[in-house]
Design a protein around this ligand. Structure first.
Ligand code: M6R
Length: 606
């Protein structure tokens, strides 16, 4: 939620900020703004509603520039999408940008009588007003200390003080910030995608430490005011990874990156053809004794957990529960030291998932994070981390991150089964070979794009669509329905195929699209019966099966296949079909595929 960029150094700052915001736009694209410290000590502010291109156009009207500035792209929480609510917010000598939510902002307005000083509806402006109240014109550190001591909620602030033309003050609690000191100045950003052009080395700003960016170095001060040294991290992908590379959209590029991302996630964990996590600090004892698994995550990551459950339970025969992190965090969890909690997150910063992780730890559960972003909060706070190596995922709709999360679950299922004597070496090797076959199967699906585009036509004009399947097919269909909803705005629901007749089938009417999955041999005939039920009521059925399936006459209107024989592994190629269906539907409706309305990539607020 919200993208932040800041730079101070020898170079002109305006373009650095605008380019950084364009890179970070996937974090929020309701409005954007920049503030630049001019050499005369004053601060130039420009802001615009809409995407960062609007801001860029407005900035081109002015030749104001400098060498130190901050920029923000907003995902609205408090107050509508208006120019006044757009960051940066200014109060007297203070100009700031904020990511997060100040939960007690109402109380602060009243207690400090700030009403008359506020022009926006945002919680962020309250922080600016408080800072200004406490700033005596000489001591920014003291003003920041006093302000953050009053704040409840989450925040990442970058602050300019009038007259201090070369430095940026930053502080965070929960909300992410990374920074990098380079030969050409110092940078701060919400995430590394905005920094990578300038440096592959960066650090995660420690929570509650005051960070001051100067042109030639960065100071970090702990709560006692003592300087600390950050842990320097290095990204293992390059700037091209965060660009479209000739694809029309990031989503399409990321769909195509799945074979390679899966390979990169699996290969480094194989020793003698079977999974080993020793290099990641997980020896066999980690997998030997827990009695149940608790998966917590949000959205697509949670749906990956549903597949994880459907893969692990039948093999390992221990209960796996999958919980929505925003529900779990306020529940009374029935977990303890015998539970392994698996936390799944692409960004590693989703606030509900982070809170769920903390709750699980407080219950004594061991925690294992499946995370894509190195050094993210969830990765740092978990007992064990299994990094997925998908590279940066920019499109709001998650694609490759989901596939690598599934791959991680397959690796874990295999490892647990080996450690518990369920799989011998040969069985484990066979399991991994099956997983590898998915990579080729996905490449095969990508070659069928035209056919899938054709199939997507049934969704283009639909108001509603249903995704049905049983067992693992039901797990994939949930992700398929989410993809369609979020980028094409077609109302889509996933149902366990056998559950339809208990209510949902009342919604089926002539020509309503039903995407039906029947890739599981054990329930194939049952699923076909359910498909007949919707077909009999006029549905337009797009059926997805394995290649060798016998399709009874009249059961579907369109048929797509996945080139996988083993039921347990049909999900990876199937989901690529679902991603493409959603992509082409969104495209044909002329929607912004990469930046669907109302959404942001990283959900770092509750
Ligand atoms: O970064 P995370 O994986 O924790 O994000 C969780 C969800 O917000 C995310 O998976 C979301 O549902 C997807 N962008 C949907 O495509």
């Amino acid at each position: 939620m919200c993208g932040i960029i800041g730079y101070t150094g020898p170079d002109k700052v305006k373009n650095i900020l605008l380019e950084g915001l364009a890179q970070l736009e996937y974090r929020g694209y309701d409005s954007a703004g920049i503030a630049i410290a001019r050499e005369d000590g004053s601060i130039y502010v420009e802001k615009q509603t809409g995407q960062t291109a609007n801001l860029k156009a407005a900035c081109e009207q002015s030749d104001a520039d400098g060498h130190c500035g901050i920029g923000h792209t907003r995902w609205a929480t408090h107050g509508g999408v208006t120019r006044l609510n757009t960051h940066p917010h200014r109060a007297g000598k203070v100009t700031l940008i904020h990511n997060g939510i100040i939960e007690n902002y109402h109380e602060l307005i009243e207690e400090y009588q700030l009403q008359d000083q506020l022009v926006s509806e945002t919680d962020s402006e309250v922080a600016a007003a408080l800072l200004n109240r406490f700033y005596d014109g000489t001591n920014p550190k003291e003003a920041i200390k006093k302000t953050v001591a009053l704040l409840e909620g989450s925040f990442a602030f970058c602050i300019l003080f009038e007259g201090l033309t070369d430095r940026i003050y930053c502080i965070r609690s929960v909300s992410p910030l990374v920074a990098s000191s380079t030969e050409h100045g110092s940078l701060v950003a919400s995430d590394i995608t905005a920094v990578i052009k300038y440096s592959r080395k960066y650090f995660v700003v420690p929570e509650h430490q005051l960070m001051i960016l100067y042109p030639d170095h960065i100071d970090l001060l702990n709560e006692e005011g003592i300087k600390t040294e950050p842990e320097i991290l290095e990204v293992n992908w390059d700037v091209e990874s965060a660009q479209k590379m000739g694809f029309p959209h990031y989503m399409m590029k990321e769909i195509h990156e799945q074979p390679e991302a899966i390979r990169k996630t699996i290969a480094p964990r194989l020793k003698n053809g079977v999974p080993s996590f020793e290099d990641e600090g997980m020896d066999d004892s980690v997998f030997a004794s827990f009695t149940n698994i608790n998966v917590v995550a949000c959205g697509t990551a949670m749906y990956a957990g549903m597949v994880g459950k459907a893969v692990i339970e039948p093999i390992v025969k221990i209960p796996v529960t999958v919980q929505i992190a925003s529900e779990f965090r306020y529940s009374t969890p029935l977990i303890n030291e015998n539970t392994l909690t698996i936390v799944v997150s692409q960004s590693g910063e989703t606030i509900d998932t982070l809170a769920a992780l903390r709750l699980a730890r407080s219950c004594g559960s061991k925690t294992l994070a499946i995370v894509n972003v190195k050094g993210s909060s969830i990765a740092r706070e978990s007992d064990y981390v299994l990094y997925t190596h998908a590279g940066p995922e920019i499109a709001v709709a998650s694609t490759k991150a989901y596939s690598v999360q599934l791959s991680a679950f397959y690796l874990l299922a295999c490892k647990i089964a080996m450690v518990r004597g369920i799989f011998d070496h040969a069985q484990a090797k066979d399991f991994i070979n099956n997983l590898y076959q998915c990579i080729d199967a996905i490449s095969g699906i990508l070659e069928q794009k035209d056919q899938i585009r054709e199939a997507a036509k049934c969704l283009e004009n639909a108001e509603h669509a249903y995704y049905i399947g049983r067992g693992l097919d039901y797990a994939f269909s949930m992700e398929g329905a989410l993809k369609l909803k979020e980028i094409s705005y077609v109302h889509a629901e996933a149902y366990a195929a056998g559950e339809l007749k208990h209510g949902t089938i009342a919604l089926i009417e002539k020509n309503i699209p039903v995407v039906a999955f029947a890739t599981q041999d054990s329930v194939y005939n049952k699923t076909i019966s359910n498909i007949r039920e919707v077909k009999a009521r006029g549905a337009y059925v797009l059926l997805i099966t394995k290649e060798n399936a016998e399709i009874p006459a009249g059961v579907c209107d369109m048929h797509l296949t996945v080139p996988i024989e083993n039921d347990l592994f049909t999900g990876l190629p199937t989901v690529v079909i679902l991603q493409l269906l959603a992509y082409y539907t969104s495209l044909s409706k002329g929607l912004d595929v990469d930046k669907p309305r109302n959404l942001a990539k990283s959900v770092t607020v509750e």
